[in-house]
Design a protein around this ligand. Structure first.
Ligand code: G6P
Ligand code: MN
Length: 422
């Protein structure tokens, strides 16, 4: 079997390699075909993978492909994990909206729209050469990308995000419950999911009662977690919000904070990357490398590899993925790409029936969905008017003039990555 990795020079690769190692027995004999546009990073990560596989006696071979098409050729799975335009483009996604008083975020809001406009053409090109392969996609915004690939190509695609795992872990800590025995029904849209049901060892917990007793913790936010705001929000809602909910329910405060902070998340990541890659490069020359876990050190890699194994081995494993709704969430149209628990096996992901979204966030989630469909259509067609409508439909924006300013600046700034708008 062959698994192609598009974006194999990514800083997240050490985690992916660890994920492959953790399923090495199930993947014995597999070729890992690595492609990236950054030749230096590609070389480092390929060497790291080879050394780590050899050190653990894993029967996995690594091939390196500076060109995309040979990497895809004959692959059963195409794992996509790249940022079109890199972190420099992400900086623009985060800073342009902020100049106009709107949260600058790489996946939610206008920043996410700009990223979708860059990601979708690349994914559609990959889809064209995918043949029968499954595209297992991490490239953001994963739901919009998944929707565009599903509607504008014949390729088979599954959208991933490991946020549900990290968020369940955060709630386990906040509620003082053992993470490894918890299961939450996160439903909605990627980075806009909600959980009304939480089980411990399979038994339903009384979530409203748990939340009523929850004390809002002190302390500030990290790049990934904002427990104080999450707790405050959950107590108001009576169910669990995902981490990105803060951008919707604390929008104006977050704008102030982002402005006061002075640097974007992209700039912060860019600043740490040289030391990070130096560490990984040094490890890649050792016999038994132990690369840094600073990027994608959590569940990211394992989750992706587990998904591939679930399809390949027809495991019908319950995983939270982005998939065509087909009635799983009654509050969203059947064609919507939703993020829900699904059984993942040979025929892909079969979403489990989850019922309605809680009323307090139903309208919000439906509005985000309409934005996402417009965003996918704009990204696939290069229709500026659809892109403008997408921004006007987004709950962060609404104002036509603000939408126009952000879009004009965004299209100009990202010109080189937007062939469909030329
Ligand atoms: C979470 C999200 C991902 C996103 C990442 C960014 O994991 O689920 O979709 O790409 O955060 O993390 P970073 O460290 O680059 O800010
Ligand atoms: Mn995500």
């Amino acid at each position: 079997m062959k698994i192609a990795i598009v974006g194999a020079g990514s800083g997240y690769l050490p985690g992916v390699i660890r994920g492959l190692l953790h399923r090495a027995a199930d993947l014995a004999g597999t070729e890992i075909a690595c492609h990236d546009t950054d030749a230096a990073h590609l070389e480092v990560m390929a060497r790291l993978a080879r050394r780590m596989f050899a050190a653990r006696g894993a029967d996995l071979t690594v091939t390196v492909h500076p060109e995309l098409k040979p990497a895809l050729d004959g692959a059963s799975y195409i794992f996509t994990t790249f940022r079109p335009g890199g972190l420099a483009a992400r900086h623009l996604d985060e800073s342009i909206p902020l100049r106009h008083g709107v949260v600058g975020q790489e996946t939610a809001g206008p920043g996410g729209l700009l990223m979708a406009l860059r990601s979708v053409p690349v994914l559609l090109d990959i889809a064209e050469h995918a043949g029968d392969a499954w595209i297992v996609n991490y490239t953001n915004p994963t739901n919009i990308v998944t929707d565009a690939v599903a509607r504008y190509s014949g390729a088979r695609v599954l959208g991933l995000c490991d946020q549900n795992i990290g968020d369940t872990e955060m709630w386990a800590e906040l509620l003082g419950l053992p993470f490894d025995r918890l299961e939450a029904d996160w439903i909605g849209l990627n980075h806009a999911t909600w959980a009304e049901r939480l089980r411990l060892d399979g038994a339903e917990l009384d979530l409203p009662a748990l939340l009523a007793g929850l004390e809002v913790p002190g302390g500030g936010a990290t790049p990934w977690r904002d427990p104080a705001r999450m707790a405050e929000l959950a107590k108001a809602l009576g169910f669990l919000p995902n981490s990105y909910a803060k951008y919707y329910f604390f929008h104006d405060e977050v704008v102030e904070e982002l402005r006061a902070k002075g640097t974007t998340r992209a700039e912060d990541v860019l600043a740490m990357l040289p030391a990070y890659y130096a560490q990984v490069e040094a490890e890649s020359r050792k016999d038994d490398p132990d690369p840094s876990r600073e990027r994608g050190g959590g569940e990211h890699g394992e989750f992706a590899v587990d998904t591939i194994c679930a399809i390949e081995r027809d495991e019908r494993r319950r995983m939270i993925v982005n998939v065509r709704n087909n009635g799983a969430v009654s509050s969203l149209e059947p064609d919507a790409i939703v993020e829900v628990p699904a059984l993942v096996g040979r025929s892909g992901a079969v979403p489990l029936t989850m019922g309605a979204l809680p009323r307090a966030v139903r309208g919000l989630t439906q509005a985000i969905h309409e934005y996402e469909v417009l965003a996918a259509d704009a990204a696939a067609t290069g229709d500026r008017r659809l892109a403008l409508q997408a921004l006007m439909a987004h709950p962060f924006v609404r104002s036509k003039h603000t939408a126009e300013r952000i879009l004009d600046e965004g299209l100009a700034a990202h010109r080189d990555h937007l062939p469909q708008f030329r």
